[in-house]
Write a protein that binds this ligand. Sequence first.
Ligand code: 8YV
Length: 323
Amino acid sequence: MSKPKVLITRKWPASVETKLKQLYDVSLNEDDLPLTSEELKSALQNYDAVCPSVCDSLPAEVLNASNKRCKILGNFGVGYNHIDIAAAKENGLVVTNTPGVLTQSTADIAMTLLLMSARRGAEGDRLVRAGKWHGWCPTHMLSSDVTGATLGLIGFGRIAIATARKAHHGFGMKIVFFNPSAPDPSVIEELQATRCDSVEDVMRRADYISLHCPGGPDTRHLIDDKMIRLMKPNAHLINTARGDVVDSKALIDALRDKRIAGAGLDVYEGEPNIDPGFLTLENATLLPHLGSATLSTRNAMGEKVLANLAAFFEGREPEDRVA
Ligand code: 8YV
């Protein structure tokens, strides 16, 4: 029997690509250039499996391509808001993701941003490199404490809980959160966490707000001007979730007017074409979507995709099926 034809849309870690070559008739993306919509449509017509990433937009218009050969989208990543799930289902496509394996690395990046924003890390680094540091003085670059402050989480899934654990056990932070459904009571007890009734409540109470909800139409601009105006003047906003959860213009205005102390961002609306308004703000810490970017995590994400593809092609239910 011939091997299934598999397309990997971007360059993956070498060890995973080696396994893919052994198992499948695989097309890799050596140049690592993102595919166009036309190339994605043609991929759906010519491959049994397509394995996209966050940068591959798969709206209904692409998924409705005629004469499709593709039966499964093995997404390399936990978030799948770049895929129109309803259209995937209508087209009989199975969709899988990679939950669990990037929890700790993404929570680490949330804490990195929180600490950098709180302690003005990126600003200090820029100052030193620019030769503008003229020596220690008692009132230079004063910032905010992290230890003992209140961390507010919007969403309380795997990554939020991992972030809360690092913050609470490592930095003695108090935890408040909003989540539509009730989490495991043992987690609440472990973290002595307070469940708030609304996002607004978290925005008012927290010194650091970290976003952990999924992206997509339901959460688009959840954090808008009105929400940002509820934040304390010394508060910081951290986003490792999805860029479009935050109204960039409203956040830029708040940072420029110093209505909040800072923001730490790993994801952006329309990334990588980020709003240039962010670039001149000293109180914005900007990372290039590094949440899951450790070698071991990216290997583990690839292994998850491999396991999901193997299950599918062997006629079993893939463990991480989302459609
Ligand atoms: C991934 C992420 O690197 O998994 C996710 O949802 O946001 C990232 O950390 C990216 O999605 C890869 O597709």
